[in-house]
Design a protein around this ligand. Structure first.
Ligand code: PLP
Length: 422
């Protein structure tokens, strides 16, 4: 046994067990998901798709991938899904690759206002291969202004508009986004990586009926293994796509499948696809509906408790599982807050706030989410307690004794909430 690595895995398990996990993009998978991902399926090569593989011995993994596909279709009420993307970024890469040519123009949510790297950041393939334009939130409200987005779209004439974010706590109006996309003849990609679990259960407005294509990660509010997924409510002929010999446009599903494999990836991770299948079945249950409702209630309770203590939440609150806190009125940077909270085993991530004056390595804010602590079983009263602990920590960052006391309170609290329900 590799003692060195397994000791470290154990150490990480202790960290995850003892601490309060508030990173909005993280969650705790079930033991079944974990067992699927840690299974012998990792040994199997299966380039291609079920029934059309480039390797022998794929009969079993074909069944697994087909089940994953059918469950994801049911979950999202979709005509098409691709379960092979290794991550959310890979899913987005495949969509760009399928729908556009290098040099085409995209319109995305500005990274510094809450968007994701893959929505056109200059350090990412999306900003290097495509011409970019951006929309952001309003300074006064922290909200998207759809009339402004429409104006930008009309000026920029993008081939694709991307709706979706990594740090936006409000509902996204996908119907309005589609109207804008239709007006300028663009494709609409909804990247629902963050709220996918809540969308799947009808807790937030659905993107699938409105966007041409949706992408998501499977490991955030969906509570599955680390991975990506592409979804289409209805298949269609890509207006910018390659043509068949007959002159007809290729179906988007054909273009997407070949953009994932062989366009961007090699062999699919069959152990992860099995984990996705397990997670999709879990997400189809009523228990998961209760989980998503509680996740949102916890976020609302937490945001309200922060506001009560004088913290500034961007947009003033939350509709989903997350919130972005501007710490400037408290005289603390995001980096300082992340580090101080780390001392007491409360994990958050520093995050740029819209119109931030600090660098991305320092930032003026922190992003907080409730998916992981809700999985552990915490409720609204616990959220108030967590906010009290966070506030005491941030107001006493130099007081070693205080931090040590808070750390043991955190550990004692979380010992009552096991990572796996027996
Ligand atoms: N899209 C959005 C909106 C995200 O927030 C993220 C991850 O945080 C991704 C895509 C990329 O996912 P991954 O980290 O799996 O590549």
């Amino acid at each position: 046994m590799d003692q060195e690595i397994f000791d470290l895995i154990n150490q990480e398990k202790q960290r995850q067990t003892n601490g309060i996990e508030l990173i909005a993009s993280e969650n705790y998978v079930s033991e079944d998901v974990l067992n699927a991902v840690g299974s012998i399926l990792t040994n199997k090569y299966a380039e291609g798709y079920p029934g059309k593989r480039y390797y022998g011995g794929c009969e079993v993994v074909d069944e697994i991938e087909n089940i994953a596909i059918e469950r994801a279709k049911e979950l999202f009420n979709a005509e098409y899904v691709n379960v092979q993307p290794h991550s959310g970024s890979q899913a987005n890469t495949a969509v760009f690759h399928a729908c556009m040519n290098p040099g085409d123009k995209i319109l995305g949510f500005d990274l510094s206002h809450g968007g994701h790297l893959t929505h056109g950041s200059p350090v990412n393939f999306s900003g290097k291969l495509y011409k970019t334009s951006f929309y952001g939130v309003e300074k006064e409200t922290g909200l998207l202004d759809y009339n402004k987005i429409e104006k930008i779209a009309e000026e920029e004439q993008p081939q694709m508009i991307i709706a979706g974010a990594s740090a936006y706590s409000r509902e996204i109006d996908y119907k309005r986004f589609r109207e804008i996309a239709d007006k300028v003849g663009a494709l609409l990609l909804a990247d629902i990586a963050h709220p996918a679990g809540l969308i799947a259960k009808g807790i937030l407005q659905d993107a699938v009926p409105h966007a041409h294509i949706c992408t998501t990660t499977t490991h955030k509010t969906l509570r599955g293994p680390r991975g990506g997924l592409i979804i289409m409510g209805k298949d269609f002929e890509n207006p910018f796509g390659q043509k068949l010999k007959s002159g007809k446009l290729k179906k988007m599903s054909t273009l997407l499948n070949s953009a994932v494999f062989p366009g961007n990836q090699g062999g699919p991770l069959m152990h992860v696809i099995a984990g996705k299948a397990v997670a999709f079945a879990e997400a189809l249950t009523d228990e998961f509906l209760h989980y998503t409702v509680q996740t949102r209630q916890n976020a609302k309770a937490m945001a309200a408790a922060f506001v009560e203590k004088g913290y500034q939440i961007i947009s003033g609150g939350t509709d989903n599982h997350s919130m972005l806190i501007d710490l400037r009125n408290k005289g603390i940077t995001g980096k300082q807050a992340e580090e101080a909270l780390g001392e007491i085993d409360v994990t958050v991530n520093k995050n740029m706030v819209p119109f931030d004056t600090e660098s991305p390595f320092v930032t003026s804010g922190i992003r907080i989410g409730t998916p992981a602590i809700t999985t552990r079983g915490l409720n609204e009263d616990d959220m108030k307690w967590i906010v009290k602990v966070i506030d005491e920590c941030l107001m006493n960052m130099e007081d070693e004794d205080k931090l040590a006391a808070l750390k043991s309170q955190v550990m004692e609290k979380m010992s009552g909430y096991p990572m796996f329900k027996m």
